[in-house]
Design a protein around this ligand. Structure first.
Ligand SMILES: C[S@@+](CC[C@H](N)C(=O)[O-])C[C@H]1O[C@@H](n2cnc3c(N)ncnc32)[C@H](O)[C@@H]1O
Length: 294
């Protein structure tokens, strides 16, 4: 069943835990063995479910190459989920130490179970992470969507994004690369159904989530990072949502036994909303590679 833990003093932390502290068994059923909760790289004609794991691993390998992480001494993954990237960096890409940040205690427990001495997991917000031992590369894969509250007025949001890039800047060595995968919003006309669905996302499932516009991010990174590449990979995330929905449908009775009908129905609704809004080009999913200025 869903973890029932005392509420923290921070409503933003509670909002993240509401979603990410559903049991690891449920997430394994949903996401499959790779436990990646973000877009994958499928090739033309591949079956979404049969190649989910491969598609996720392909993406991680492309990200590792883009960040120049091969053989790196120390790498950071901000919003590390169940540690799949940390594990791949240290077991396939020769990284000596991979540090992951998450707010989810169930994710931390899952990563501990990987028993990989090269991984350090911290239940800590990106906003509080400080280190004297700088990183050679960093990643943030579909986590930024949780980092800046929609309850902030626009000007404060911009400052918060700037603070985020400032934190990454301080943590990295000069010239080090940062690969960010994030949804962004397009300025599209809305209809009543879409408004109701966005309200559900923002008020019920991911309270306070703000999906930024690309220009908010590029403005916030300016001066601290040089842009290397920006690619819109909207389909990669929509396809992952469709694959997870199929996995859930195929084993729905087990999912309900694990978490109850209400949780399963919530997940079905939110995944369908993300899938169709990405397919309809209301949301994007940008892969942004930037390099820390010297
Ligand atoms: C959609 S999951 C993505 C996980 C992983 N990157 C992946 O691609 O599978 C978002 C992650 O962001 C983390 N997160 C949310 N807010 C955070 C914060 N303020 N600081 C650090 N991690 C945070 C969650 O705990 C979760 O691990």
């Amino acid at each position: 069943m869903t973890t029932v833990a005392p509420r923290s003093v921070d409503p933003e932390v509670d909002a993240v835990r509401h979603h990410y502290e559903v049991s690891n068994d449920f997430y394994r059923l949903l996401l499959g063995p790779t436990m990646m909760y973000s877009g994958g790289y499928w090739e033309q004609g591949e079956d979404l479910v049969a190649t989910l794991d491969e598609a996720q691993e392909r993406k991680l390998d492309v990200f590792a190459a883009l960040a120049g992480a091969q053989g790196a001494r120390r790498v950071l993954d901000i919003g590390c989920g169940w540690g799949t990237m940390l594990n791949r960096l240290t077991t396939v890409h020769g990284v000596e130490e991979a540090v992951g940040l998450t707010l989810s205690r169930t994710q931390e427990a899952f990563i501990a179970g990987l028993d990989n001495p090269r991984i350090t997991t911290r239940v800590e917000s990106w906003a509080d992470h400080a280190t004297d031992d700088k990183y050679d590369a960093a990643f943030c894969i579909n986590a930024l969507e949780h980092f800046v509250s929609s309850n902030l007025p626009p000007r404060e949001r911009t400052k918060r994004y700037r603070f985020f890039f400032g934190q990454v800047y301080k943590a990295l060595n000069p010239g080090a690369k940062f690969v960010l995968h994030t949804m962004t919003a397009e300025a599209q006309p809305m209809n009543r159904e879409l408004l109701a669905d966005l309200k559900f996302l923002q008020r019920s499932e991911f309270e306070g989530m703000h999906i930024p516009h690309l220009h908010e991010l590029t403005a916030a990174a300016e001066g601290q990072f040089e842009i290397v590449e920006i690619v819109n990979e909207r389909e990669s995330f929509a396809m992952a949502c469709r694959a997870w929905l199929k996995r859930l449908a195929a084993d729905r009775a087990t999912a309900v036994a694990l978490e109850g009908e209400e949780v399963v129905a919530r997940f079905e609704r939110y995944l369908d909303i993300f899938a169709y809004t990405l397919e309809d080009k209301f949301f994007n999913n940008f892969r942004v590679t930037i390099a820390r200025r010297g």
